[in-house]
Design a protein around this ligand. Structure first.
Ligand code: FAD
Length: 439
């Protein structure tokens, strides 16, 4: 890398010149991946970052996210875990309920991983994760500039330059595309032909204050409480300390609207689903029996607003870097959320990239090549797991539902009887430590 100076015209430093050394990074996107990238680069390298976010201010969008041991361990190393514990809910029990009023089975499905890693499971609102990370980035003195719409990426021999809609420009040695599934960095520079696809599953999600629910019902919610229905999967999970808030989500297979796979096309489904969600769910729960049926009806009735989200993902394949630009998190490999690994995958990306960049002598193309080689098989296997889990959301006849419940009951009970969950069945991926991987 040659030493040069370049004129930068950013609102932060309007007339300053930026030295083009191997120590400047531009990060596009201030979601979990972008904020973690900024923090980890500062912790482990001499690279200084500026984060650019499209939205005018930190977003309040999104429901509550479940984070598993492999991700929590990295968030702790990042220095944000303790603050997250003060905002999220840590109960890790999985309970599957039947609409007939009985429990199909239970599992401490991260128990073995918790013993191995010291971290369990946390459900926390996305807005809280971003808020905590942002506070840490602010504390570290790393600039985050909001309301910046990128319009162009241009690479020259020794640097990458981005232009924004407001006419400002910045140049750095590396650009991290952390701008989510509909990434500008991917679609305008790294891999324009690589497009997101609809996963087939859509969801409705809502946050319900714990205080509006009766004490007895709240006590029944000890972790992830799933209920299979003929229409899809209905689940509730506390997502704040002392169950102050509960996240309710219903996911089901839904075809692409006849009006087209576009924002306007989906608007028709969105309106139907949001307007009719209480009727739809109360219809599904009409014959739900027992205390659990009552609890679910109370949650649905207490919901005042609901979000509808068709779930998109990036098909397997695609490139993750070009020249000096690299994709991180959902921008590289958005997957359906049914493995609960999206944030953890982003953290693993970030930690690996920071490790590779720790050696200032390592050429950037080697960094990106190793990043791809190490991450690709891991991401592919989690992607496949998420796609398989999504199958549980398929619509079923009442006989199909009965079979599915029987199958799950056998699986959970055999696992419990033989102590398989305590011996790590299906938990190997949760103890994976990206920092232990040989470079
Ligand atoms: C319904 C649903 C449920 C989920 N549940 C879970 C779960 O339980 N557990 C889990 O681990 N994960 C879950 N995920 C996935 C998780 O939310 C993502 O994997 C995670 O947010 C990825 O972080 P990211 O920073 O890569 O992308 P994002 O969170 O999408 O953040 C991208 C950021 O970039 C910004 N941006 C976009 N375009 C631009 C641009 N052109 N310029 C500047 N900024 C831009 C966006 O505004 C945003 O702030 C779920 C996802 C969905 C949709």
């Amino acid at each position: 890398m040659t030493e040069q100076t370049r004129k930068v015209d950013s609102p932060l430093h309007p007339t300053q010149t930026s030295r083009l050394t191997p120590s400047q990074a531009i990060i596009i996107g201030a979601g979990p991946a972008g904020l973690a990238t900024a923090l980890r680069l500062q912790q482990k390298t001499n690279i200084q970052s500026t984060v650019y976010e499209l939205r005018p201010e930190p977003t309040t969008l999104g429901g509550a996210i479940g984070i598993q041991p492999n991700g929590l361990r990295l968030l702790d190393r990042l220095g944000v875990y303790d603050a997250m514990c003060g905002r999220g809910y840590g109960g890790a029990n999985l309970t599957l309920h039947s609409l007939q009023g009985h429990v199909i089975g239970t599992s401490d499905y991260v128990g073995w991983a918790r013993e191995k890693t010291g971290y369990g499971y946390m459900r926390i609102k996305r807005v809280d994760i971003v808020d905590i990370m942002k506070a840490k980035v602010d504390e570290a003195g790393i600039p985050i500039i909001y309301g910046k719409r990128i319009t162009e990426i241009q690479e020259e021999g020794d640097g990458v330059t981005v232009r924004f809609e407001d006419g400002t420009v910045n140049t750095a040695d590396i650009l991290f595309g952390c701008d989510g599934i509909h990434s500008f960095v991917r679609s305008h520079f790294v891999d324009p032909g690589y497009l997101p696809e609809y996963s087939g599953v859509s969801g409705l999600g809502a946050l319900v204050p714990g205080q509006v629910l009766s004490k007895g019902h709240l006590e029944m919610m000890t972790g992830l409480e799933g209920t299979l229905t003929e229409e899809g999967m209905l689940a509730v999970n506390p997502c704040a300390p002392n169950k102050e808030e509960v996240f309710m989500f219903f996911s089901k297979w839904l075809p692409i609207p006849e009006t087209g796979d576009s924002r306007d096309g989906w608007e028709v489904h969105r309106k139907e689903e949001v307007d009719g969600f209480k009727d739809q769910l109360m219809g599904i729960l009409k014959n739900a029996r027992g205390d659990w049926g009552d609890a679910l009806r109370e949650v649905v009735q207490s919901t005042s607003s609901v979000n509808f989200y068709p779930v998109y993902r990036l098909p397997l394949g695609g490139r993750w870097s070009r020249g000096r630009c690299v994709l991180v998190g959902d921008a590289a490999h958005a997957m359906s959320p049914h493995a609960g690994q999206g944030v953890s995958m982003a953290m693993e990306d970030v930690f690996l990239l920071a490790r590779l960049l720790e050696d200032p002598g390592r050429p950037i193309d080697e960094v990106f090549q190793k990043y791809y080689q190490i991450r690709r098989p891991r991401v592919d296997s989690i992607f496949t797991m998420a796609a398989q889990n999504a199958q549980m959301r398929k619509q079923r006849t009442s006989t199909g539902l009965w079979w599915q419940e029987l199958k799950l009951s056998m699986m959970l009970n055999v696992s419990w009887a033989f102590g398989l969950d305590k011996r790590g069945l299906n938990q190997g991926h949760l103890v994976y430590d990206i920092e232990e991987v040989e470079l």
